[in-house]
Design a binder for this molecule. Structure first.
Ligand code: FAD
Ligand code: FES
Length: 281
């Protein structure tokens, strides 16, 4: 099978999640399967490609990508409409070890768009809730307008504990997407950094696995905090971001001191990437 061959995907629907962030509901022909944490190279002929994580599980040949428009490729994708087609190559990479953590307590920690690759983990856990122990999600966004998937939080909260925070609250316009009660006129959760929320949770470190995705500086401080709470390095998992071209360990663009982030990752256990010379983790 040619791993580089792109497939056509049709945009069945588009949801506006936040400023410059859209979720694309895509359908493809033929069989397709992916593990949460894996990614596709998503592109358009003549424009280019960008690595984008699955933001949903794959169901009936449909899956979702949640994309923040930051540059050339993602900016172009932002302008696509319902029923347009785009090209995908994948699924690539190593995802979250969801099957490995069955029966254990799970801490999901995300910052900003980093919630996108965590969302299919939440969906998998909620679908088979009895297979997992205590599950908590800690999520931080810049402000309430930038928080993703807020209209799903009420549903998620029925199966897992949610701890939400924003760096700052925007008072005007008021928050109108807080779920059930509609417009609550304000943020009802924490204000402050994601790392502050670590003080508010109680865990059994020996039984807890953490999946972390967000800006590297956030992951660095979260990992340090969790290590201090007694979780072993081998039980912390992070998703790394590097520039990519091929997605299959051929071109070397994503190489990170002997590791190919596209193939060996993007999900790594902390002890695999700790202490590498860039000093990020
Ligand atoms: C495994 C993986 C999964 C990802 N999943 C998602 C996702 O689910 N949703 C999402 O919105 N984004 C995701 N990204 C990030 C996304 O791939 C980049 O934002 C995208 O490649 C930018 O391409 P562009 O052509 O739009 O921007 P460009 O025009 O190439 O650049 C725009 C700006 O972003 C910087 N930049 C671009 N790419 C990177 C990068 N990889 N690392 C650091 N800086 C960069 C550039 O230096 C420039 O300042 C993921 C990245 C990786 C590696
Ligand atoms: S993107 Fe080419 S080696 Fe990883």
């Amino acid at each position: 099978m040619n791993q580089l061959k792109p497939l056509k995907a049709r945009i069945k629907d588009i949801k506006l999640e936040a400023e410059d962030v859209k979720t694309y509901i895509l359908s493809i022909e033929g069989s397709f399967a992916a593990i949460p944490g894996q990614f596709n190279m998503v592109g358009y002929p003549g424009v280019g490609e960008a690595p984008i994580s699955f933001s949903s599980i794959v169901r009936n040949k449909c899956f979702e990508h949640t994309i923040k428009a930051v540059g050339r490729v993602t900016g172009f994708l932002n302008g696509l409409k319902k029923w347009d087609k785009l090209l995908i190559r994948g699924p690539y990479g190593r995802g979250w070890p969801v099957n490995h953590v069955k029966g254990r307590d799970i801490l999901l920690i995300a910052g900003g768009v980093g919630l996108a690759p965590i969302r299919p983990v939440v969906q998998m856990i909620l679908a088979k809730r009895e297979l997992f122990g205590d599950v908590s999600l800690i999520y931080g966004a810049k402000n309430e307008k930038n928080a993703l998937f807020m209209n799903e939080f009420d549903e998620w909260g029925k199966g897992i504990s949610l701890h939400l925070t924003v760096d700052e609250v925007i008072q005007h316009p008021p928050v109108s997407r807080l779920g059930k009660g509609g417009n609550k006129g304000g943020w009802k959760h924490n204000v402050g950094l994601v790392t502050d929320l670590l003080d508010k949770i109680r865990i059994k470190p020996e039984n807890t696995f953490a999946f972390i995705c967000g800006p590297e500086i956030m992951m660095r401080f979260i990992c340090r905090g969790l290590l201090m709470m007694g979780i072993a390095q081998s039980q912390l998992y992070v998703s790394l971001e590097r520039r990519m071209k091929c997605g299959i360990a051929h071109c070397g663009h994503c190489q990170h001191f002997g590791l190919f982030v596209c193939k060996d990752g993007p999900v790594f256990s902390y002890d695999e990437v700790r202490g590498l010379p860039d000093g990020l983790l």
